[in-house]
Design a binder for this molecule. Structure first.
Ligand code: 5RP
Length: 212
């Protein structure tokens, strides 16, 4: 699996063009992309990072971090996922970076998702769906999620996101309407971000070394 993640990260370099500011996601697959990017860093203008974890790795390689407000629209975003369905809709947030990831995905013209084969599913939901919440709303949001979905939200205790919030992982879902569920859960007061990337799905999916 490590090899598949490395191959996916390296393959994504093919989408990098000279002078780009690149949107960079979070996770172990993205770490391989960052390492590959470092080898051609003289060709890129910098990176907009989705997490402190990725920023640290980018900086260690001498790649400049650019603020999204300064960068404006991005041409390319490269990120991993926890699950990917045949329509390139995703579950993300296993690394608790979902909110910044969704912001950068939205700001980007092309979203290249890098995964290994184990992440491919027919129906999203086997991987518990991460939902970032304002801490004071944790119980309220959990109750509303149970009512709306029948799933079981579990508080990811001890984890604080880069935005100072908490994460609920919703178990027991079979998500047949990802766009509808994303919209519905987004309406609950206290929800900061739902780890469903359905409304803005990936444009390209790379599985191991292959674009599918
Ligand atoms: C972080 C994410 C990651 O992309 C997702 O968890 C996949 O990580 P990995 O590449 O380590 O399997 O959404 O919030």
């Amino acid at each position: 699996m490590t090899d598949a993640k490395r191959l996916a990260g390296e393959k994504a370099i093919e989408y990098v063009e000279d002078g780009m500011v690149i949107g960079v996601g979070t996770g172990s697959t993205v770490a391989y992309f960052i390492d590959a990017l470092a080898r051609i860093k003289h060709r890129v203008a910098g990176a907009v990072s989705s997490s402190e974890q990725s920023s640290e790795r980018l900086r260690a390689h001498g790649i400049e971090i650019v603020d999204l407000n300064t960068a404006g629209p991005l041409q390319l975003y490269v990120d991993g996922a926890d699950e990917c369905d045949p329509h390139r809709r995703l579950i993300k947030g296993g690394g608790a970076a979902l909110t910044r990831e969704k912001i950068i995905a939205e700001a980007s013209e092309q979203f290249v998702c890098i995964i290994d084969a184990a992440k491919r599913v027919d129906v999203l939901g086997k991987f518990p769906l991460p939902v970032e919440v304002i801490p004071m709303a944790r119980s309220l949001v959990a109750r509303r999620i149970v009512k709306a979905t029948g799933g079981q939200p579990v508080w990811r205790e001890g984890v604080v996101t880069d935005n100072g919030n908490w994460v609920l992982d919703v178990h027991g879902l079979a998500i047949v309407d990802p766009v509808g569920l994303e919209s519905e859960l987004n309406q609950i007061p206290g929800v900061v971000c739902v780890g469903l990337f359905a409304r803005r799905s990936a444009d390209v999916v790379i599985v191991g070394g292959e674009t599918v």
